[in-house]
Every structure is written in C-alpha cells, then in structure tokens.
Ligand binder design. Sequence first.
Ligand code: MN
Length: 244
Amino acid sequence: MTQDTSDTRRADLVLANHILVNEGVLDGFGHISVRDAARPNQFFIARSMAPGLVTLEDIVVCNIDGAVIDAQNRRTYVERFIHSEIYRARPDVQSVIHSHSPAVIPFGVTSARLRPICHMSGFLGVTTPVFEIRHSAGESSDLLIRNQLLGKALAELLGNAAVALLRGHGNVVVGTSIQQSVFRAIHTEKNALLQSQAMQLAAAAGSVGDVMYLTDAEAKAASDMNDEHLDRPWQMWKRQVNHA
Ligand code: MN
C-alpha cells in the first residue's frame, strides 16, 4: 500500500486527468482536483489547459478562496470556485471532478432525474440534485461557475450527495479519494447512458414509467461494496493510459 501524501496525490492527479480523458469524461475542458494531504485548506489542480496534456509540472496550488499560490503567477481554470467552495463546505471531500460528460446532460434539462440503474452506480443515491444557475445568476449568464457566490450556491445544492448536475452544462462529482471520484465520474456517465437506453426501451414497450431502479438500501449496500475495490479498476485504467 503506497502512502497517501501530497506527492502521491499530485502524481495520482496527473494520472487521473489522463484516465478521465481516455474514458470520455473529460475532453478539452473539465477539471479534477485533490485536496493537499498536508494543508487541508489548499488543493492541487492543473493550470488552465487541456486535461489530456497535463504533466506534474503543470500542477498548481489553489487555496480555499480560489486564489492560485504560484511563484510563476500561472492561472488555473475560471471554474475553480466549484472546487474551492465544495472543499470549504465538505471536509470529507478529498477530490472534486467537474466535467461536461455528454450522456449526463439530458438529465439536467428534462424532468427525467438521474437515478442508479445498476450496482456500479449505487453512489448516486435515490435522486441526483440539479443546479439551476438562473436562480443565482439570472437568465443571461454564460452558465459558468465563475465566482465564489456561484460556487457556494452549487456546494449548497450538492449537500451531502456524491454528484450534482449543472443544467445545460455538465456535472460535478466528489469523492473521499481520487480513486473514488474517478470511479464515480466514469460510472455517472455510464449510468446516464444505460438509463437513457432503459427509458427508451420502456417507452418502446409502451410503459414509459417502467424502469426499475435500485432502492435506497440497495444503492447504499452496492456503493459500500464497490468502495472496497476501488484499486482494481484504478490499476487497469492506469495501465491503459501508460500504454496509450
Ligand atoms: Mn464547465
């Protein structure tokens, strides 16, 4: 078992950027961060750049107010406040991912709620909250979480959940480790695809409401089980990026 230090977290953060691109969660946009193990009021995140190109030299330190602490004055992402405000509100959270992963988008713009359809996505819980930016920023915003106030509103909406959707934009996923947040982000996308297919199938069979979801207790039990095996897919994803 490797030790969990600021150095191992930075190295895993680089890998996680590449894994999430490989798995279709991040593309040229989106970002992942990890809390600094030694300084809980700071977190590591890449400078503003495409996630697939991130190296260890591109990782910067950001504080809980969303300010980058960097001798070279490098910048990070406009939407860094998603990360800073969730770290402030949720001491249990060690890693945050914001993506525009495509299959999830429809669930933020319709009345269909994202719900756990199989045991790999029990972490979703019984309903996934949707952030409506119009409530905080009016009807002409660019939809980005570009300041502390919007970050705080999103963190409040997230509450104790693992995932929140951003209407017309994307989603945010949190975890108690990088391995857990990566697992959850990948399976949020997969669940959205499967749920869309199941809903279409049910509609074609003439029974629109007839999709069977996990119960709350099933979701919790399945999620606890998967949390014991996070290293298994992580090792596989790691190998795949190293061979890419
Ligand atoms: Mn975004």
